[in-house]
Design a binder for this molecule. Structure first.
Ligand code: P53
Length: 505
């Protein structure tokens, strides 16, 4: 068997605090935006009408937030309980270690460390929890990769300062990051600043703690359009916050590395028409933009026309440009789930759609039960493009399939669809490495079932480890090993050489 994966390739999985920890008000943790993300099912969608089927939109409006505080019994808020990882991390890490994991991507809940986001002193109990998690991972030789901000902003910063719309939040973030770098120096080698930083275009609440007037209310208006002034200002502030964190880490712990995190939207033109290809270029720009700033250290030329055309004025402080130049990331990470189809919109100036799932169907590839196109070759294409553009090492910080699972009478889960997805994506990853792309790791999203980010559903399962828990938090919470558990274990043991599905389960 020919093998091309580097010897120390980091195989593993990825999670986020707000989707696994639960214990939302335990040991001094303060409330976060994710605690106000309601369950979305096909039923809620029908009731609320108007919205696109496949796009996550569980952000909260101010009215909803207030009602959730006064009448929590009227809402289903699954991120408050997650999978109770806060209490089960030992047994869960043991199961993950059983697959031979080399890396575990996780995030730190900001409001567990600083309950309001801007407190004078950190919460010792919070710091201690992650010390325990890191120690537990190291016990099994698993390297943590830690996202500093993954879709949970302290509610206090969201309500009082509009999250990252304000420079106040930038300062608070940098102090939070500095606290982490100092406290966990030597324990964490890989850091990421903001999860899917481009998610701001479709969901400023989730990404940046910006509660937008009206725009986020499910019955109000379409959140994908407009509000660009606020979105691009908030993301500028995140760029600065990210660059300052990069500089801090390099000063505090020169042995550690820090990366970006982009939800990579690989686009295809719907036809060979030049206009559709122009649209593809436009959409591509709105995706590259984020990593261009974080990896090259400056705003790319192509944004100027868009800003001017739309009267967007980004407020910069005198040193911002220098900070961005000095705070470029050490490596690139992407989440890769699917590809998109572009059709000309008849405009000569680009406009971001801000969608996370394409509304135009690609007839050449299948879709998941949640309508997400499945396109393994797109991964090879995208990895080549990224490497060509940045010449930096790449880590795949998310890839995976959300699906319904069925448990048989004797407690088995035959998830061949998940095995296929993994198989095909790792096959194309291997091709990309053969092409010469420098990839140093691969993290499956949600190796243990967790609460969905977009819909807060538990039934949208990604895991190789099943949890007996439903959308409403009911169930025995028992962990069961799916067929894919044994497949991934074998794949990792062979360092990606053995992709054959011959599991005796
Ligand atoms: P869920 C949309 C499209 C692509 C990636 O998503 C996305 C989203 C947001 O819903 O987010 C990432 O759980 C995100 C994770 C998330 C995962 O993809 O909606 O970084 O937090 O869970 C999968 O199925």
């Amino acid at each position: 068997m020919d093998n091309v994966f580097p010897k120390n390739f980091l195989w593993g999985g990825a999670t986020a605090a707000n989707q696994i920890e639960g214990a939302w008000n335990v040991d001094g943790r303060g409330p976060a935006t994710s605690d106000y993300a309601r369950l979305i099912t096909s039923e809620t969608k029908k009731l609320e009408g108007t919205f696109d089927q496949h796009v996550p939109h569980n952000a909260a409006s101010l009215e909803m937030i207030e009602d959730m505080d006064v009448h929590p019994e009227n809402w289903t808020l699954p991120k408050r309980w997650g999978i109770d990882f806060y209490h089960t991390y030992k047994e869960d890490i043991k199961l993950l270690a059983g697959m031979g994991f080399k890396v575990f991507r996780m995030s730190i809940s900001w409001s567990r460390i600083f309950p309001n986001g801007d407190d004078k002193e950190p919460n010792e109990k919070g710091l201690e929890f992650y010390d325990n998690v890191f120690d537990e991972l190291h016990k099994y030789g698993i390297e943590p990769m830690v996202t500093i901000s993954h879709f949970d902003i302290p509610m206090h910063l969201a309500r009082k300062y509009h999250g990252f719309l304000s420079r106040y939040t930038v300062d608070a973030f940098v102090r939070y990051a500095e606290t982490l770098f100092k406290h966990y120096k030597g324990k964490v080698k890989y850091w990421l600043t903001f999860n899917e930083i481009n998610n701001i275009l479709s969901n400023p609440y989730t990404s940046a703690g910006v509660i937008m007037s009206g725009a986020q209310h499910p019955n109000d208006c379409n959140p994908y359009l407009g509000h660009w002034q606020e979105k691009f200002q908030a993301v500028h502030n995140q760029f600065v916050a990210s660059a300052l964190a990069v500089k801090k880490l390099h000063a505090i712990d020169p042995n550690a590395k820090i990366g970006n995190m982009l939800c990579r939207l690989e686009n295809y033109a719907e036809s060979t028409k030049p206009e559709d290809n122009l649209q593809l270029l436009f959409e591509d720009h709105f995706n590259w933009f984020f990593t261009d700033v974080q990896a090259k250290g400056e705003y790319p030329y192509y944004m100027e026309r868009f800003f001017k055309h739309n009267h967007i004025h980004i407020q910069m402080e005198p040193k911002d440009k220098q900070i961005l130049r000095e705070g470029t990331v050490d490596f690139i990470t992407i989440s890769y789930y699917m590809t998109y189809v572009m059709r000309y919109k008849g405009k000569s100036v680009a406009e971001p759609t801000g969608r996370l799932v394409s509304d135009i169907k690609n007839p050449n590839i299948p879709r998941s039960e949640w309508g997400w196109p499945i396109d393994p070759i797109g991964l090879r294409i995208t990895l080549n493009k990224i490497y060509d553009r940045y010449h930096l090492p790449i880590f795949i910080s998310e890839n995976g399939l959300g699906a319904m699972d069925t448990v048989t009478e004797n407690g088995k889960i035959y998830d061949d669809y998940r095995i296929n997805y993994l198989h095909e994506h790792v096959y194309q990853l291997r091709e990309a490495i053969k092409d010469g792309v420098d990839v140093f790791g691969y993290a499956w999203w949600g190796p243990i079932d967790l609460v969905s980010s977009g819909t807060s559903q538990m039934s949208k399962r990604y895991g190789m480890i099943y949890i007996d828990q439903d959308d409403y938090g009911h169930g025995t919470k028992k962990r069961l090993l799916k067929k894919s558990y044994y497949y991934y274990k074998k794949l990792i043991a062979s360092n990606g050489a053995d992709l054959e599905d011959n599991i005796d389960y």
